[in-house]
Design a binder for this molecule. Structure first.
Ligand code: SF4
Ligand code: SF4
Length: 62
């Protein structure tokens, strides 16, 4: 069983690095108005790649 990634909206600045790092298209989406990302909890595989590239430490998979 895997754990889907979670976003700390207080830390995320919407830079999109995690969007480019995610191997699956459209799992991470930028909410333009809030300048934060949202993760599709049903499709995220919990691989953790997004968390490794986030410069703000805004993503966690455990
Ligand atoms: S890499 Fe981090 S700061 Fe940048 S959009 Fe993703 S979660 Fe937000
Ligand atoms: S944990 Fe993996 S599948 Fe899930 S959003 Fe991050 S990079 Fe994409």
């Amino acid at each position: 069983m895997y754990v889907a990634a979670r976003v700390d909206e207080e830390k995320c600045n919407g830079c999109r690095l995690c969007v480019y790092a995610c191997p699956d298209p459209n799992v991470i989406a930028v909410i333009q108005l809030k300048k934060v990302v949202a993760i599709d909890q049903k499709r995220c595989k919990g691989c953790g790649l997004c968390a490794t590239v986030c410069p703000k430490g805004a993503l966690a998979v455990s």
